[in-house]
Write a protein that binds this ligand. Sequence first.
Ligand code: SAH
Length: 289
Amino acid sequence: MECVSTEWFECSVDVPVECADAVANFLMENGAPGVQSEDGGHLITLTAYFLGAPPLDALRCFCTDIGSPLGEPTGVRVRQIPQEDWAENWKAHFAPQVVGDRLRICPPWDAGVVDGRIMIVINPGMAFGTGQHATTRGCLLLLERARVEQHAARALDVGTGSGVLAIALAKLGLADVWAIDTDPTACAIAAINVRENGVDAEVSIAGGLDEVPGVFDLIAANLFANLLNELAAQLADRLNPGGVFVCSGFLTNDEPRVRSAYEARGLQLTSRHEQQSWVTLALRRPTRR
Ligand code: SAH
């Protein structure tokens, strides 16, 4: 059985402004449920929390790869958070998120709030997708819109992380939702969240696209630009005529190449959302090819 640490660590890193989004994304993709940023002039301090030791070697490699190696004047600080501090501070970092007209993502301790919205309860832990990131919220927004516009029945969530998008799709009324993730830890966490949200009859979890049958009315993929481009042929082929593909996980500078990869496969842009330079696109397969 996998041994999961119960110790939380705070990892603060100073990075140049132009690298801040990329490093924040890296921290979240590597397990931090949320990242705070503090503007310090030409440097931004990013503070992330990790259950277990932060991935420092990978962080150093990543910063070197994007041309901003950690060292003077930039640096990284790590401290273990005493349990009692964490208990005090934890809740403040994961405020409930209201998305679109109908959705609300919240941690379990806020789940008692009744405001008429569809509640998606995510326990911040080791998988990406607590609703704190602009890309998760962007996907939820455009999925909600797509769902309103068509009578979808089957959906696929590629890179499900915490399971947040798959859970939202099931709660928006889709009867047959597949959630896939290549990371077994993410699959395990998604399975817990799916069960706790009461949608295990609707959501199936798998490790890859080859385990998933059929075509879909809605596909969500919150990944990153290169992977979205690599998967364009496979994902576009899985979309029904009239179906909508929602993708995110890239910044405005990568938008043209992601968009054109899917347009080249016959999809047409129907909706776009941008927040803090993170882009989410919705593209539709026309009913007549
Ligand atoms: N869907 C969630 C999480 C997105 S994070 C949200 O919107 O917030 C991206 C997830 O994609 C990670 O959990 C990562 O493990 C997974 N992933 C990375 N490469 C993948 C691939 N080739 N196929 C499926 N999942 C992948």
